[in-house]
Design a protein around this ligand. Sequence first.
Ligand code: AMP
Ligand code: ZN
Length: 505
Amino acid sequence: MLKLFLSFEMINFVFEIFMFLMSELILYNSLTGQKEKFEPIYEGKVGMYVCGPTLYSEPHMGNMRTFINFDLIYRYLLFSGFKVKYVRNITDAGHITNSLGEAEDSIGKAARLEQLQSLEIVYKYNVKFQELQRIYNLLPPSIEPTATGHIQEQIEIIEKIIENGFAYAVNGSVYFDVRRYCEKFEYGILSGRKIDELAEETRVLNAQEEKRFFADFALWKKANPDDMQIWRSPWGDGNPGWHIECTAMSTKYLGSQFDIHGGGMDLKFPHHEDEIAQSCGSFGCNPARYWLHANMLNVNGQKMSKSFGNYFLPKEIVDGTTNIFSKPFPPHVIRFCMMQAHYRSTLDLSEESLSAAEKGLNRLCDAVDLMNKLKPTVSSSFDVETLIQSFYDAMNDDFNAPILIAQLFEAAKKIFLISNGTETITKGDLDKLKIAVNGFLNDVLGISIQMESNNSKLAPVMDLVLELRQQARINKDWTTSDQIRDGLAAAGIEVKDGKDGTTWG
Ligand code: AMP
Ligand code: ZN
C-alpha cells in the first residue's frame, strides 16, 4: 500500500515537473532575434523598464497601444507569480530628435505655443495621461520617475562615461564617442545598423561641426538662448540629451543590469541602441537581458504619428467625437480589439475590427454569465485541465494574447454545450474553469467582464422598460407602473424618480 502511495506521489511529482517545463515562459528577445526561455536574474523577481511618453501633448492611440501591450506583459508576469518592479519614465526634459534626425525640444516648443511653462505643459498632459490609464484599465507601474527629477544622476553617468574614455566635452556640450566605443564594444548590436550605412543616411545637423564623428550623439547639450529649461553642470548650463535619462533612471531603480527593457519598435534606433552604448560605456554591460519591442498602431498601413497628422486620441473613440468611426466604442472593447493582435504585429484599428471585437466580447460575456449558472454533474465529458493549460501555453509563448482569446472562445463554446446538455462538467472542473476564465479575462487581459455585461447589454433593455413604465404613468395606469417597478426591484434593480428623470442601478 505504501509502495503504491509513493509511486502515485512520484508520478504526480514527475507530471508536475513536466507541466512546469511545458509551461515555462518563452519570450522574443529583440537583442538576439530569437525566442528564448525567460530566466530572471533573481529567482521569482522581475525588473522591467519601459520608455514612457514625452508629455508635450495628449498621448495618441498609437502611444496607448504600446502602453497597453506592456500592461498586458506586466499583468501576465504578476499573474505568473513574479514579484515585478515595473519602472516607466516620463520624459519632461531633454532635447529630443525629431523624425528628420534634428535636435528639437518638443516640450519647449509646445510651451511657447500654449504660452505656458515647460513643466505646466508636462503636468497638464500627465493629468490626461493618468486619466487615460484609468479609462483603459492599465495597472499603475511601480514607479513613474521623471527626467527632470534625475538631472544629477544623469550628470554622474555622463562623468563616468567621460572617465572611461567614451565621451568628450566640447564647447559646453558632451558627446558620446562612437569610434572609441567601437574599439571595445559593438555599436548597432540591437538594431543591426552598420556605421557605414548610417553615414549615408545622416543629414547635416546643427552641431555636426562640434562632433568628432557623424555618429556621435549628445549626452549633454549647451543651453540655447531660447531654452525654456536649463540646468547647471560641470560643462556649463544646458540640458541632458534624450537617451541619457533612461540610462540614469533604469540604473537608479533597477540596477546596472535588469531583466526586461521595453518600448515601441520605433525606439530601437537610435534611442535603445544609444542606451546600450551608454550602459556599456559606463558600467561595462548591456542594461537588459531581454529587449522587448511592441509594434506600431497604423492608419491605412502608415504608423500613427503626431507629425504625420494621421492620429486620433484615445478619448475621441470612447466619446465618439472622431469622424473616423460611425459610433463610440467602450474602452474595454478597444482594449479587447487590441489584444486580438500580437504585440509584435502591426495593427490597424478599423470600424470592422472594433465591431467584430464588440460582438466577440458580448459572446464571451454571455458565456461567463452562463458559466456562473451551470449545473455540474458527476463526470466531465472533456478534458478541462488541457483547456486551461492552453490559456497558459498561449501566454507563455511570447505573450500570445490572440491565441489566448481563441482558447477563451473554445471555452465559451464548451460552456454553451454544457448548458444545452451536449457536454457535462463536474463541480471541481467547473470551479477550476471559472477561476481560469475570470483570471485570464480580468487579471491578464484587463477586460472587466462585469462592467461590460451590466452596462452595454442592460442599458437598451432598461431604456425600453422605463419608457413603457413612463407610458403607463402618463395613462395613470398605476397598477402597471408599480408592477414594473416592483418587478425590477425583485431583480435587484432599483428605479428612482427624480426631478431630472428616472435613474436605475
Ligand atoms: P513618445 O511620446 O513619442 O516618446 O512615444 C511614447 C511611446 O509610444 C514609445 O514607446 C513609442 O514607441 C510609442 N509609439 C509612438 N507611436 C506609436 C504608434 N503609432 N504605435 C505604437 N506605439 C507608438
Ligand atoms: Zn527610453
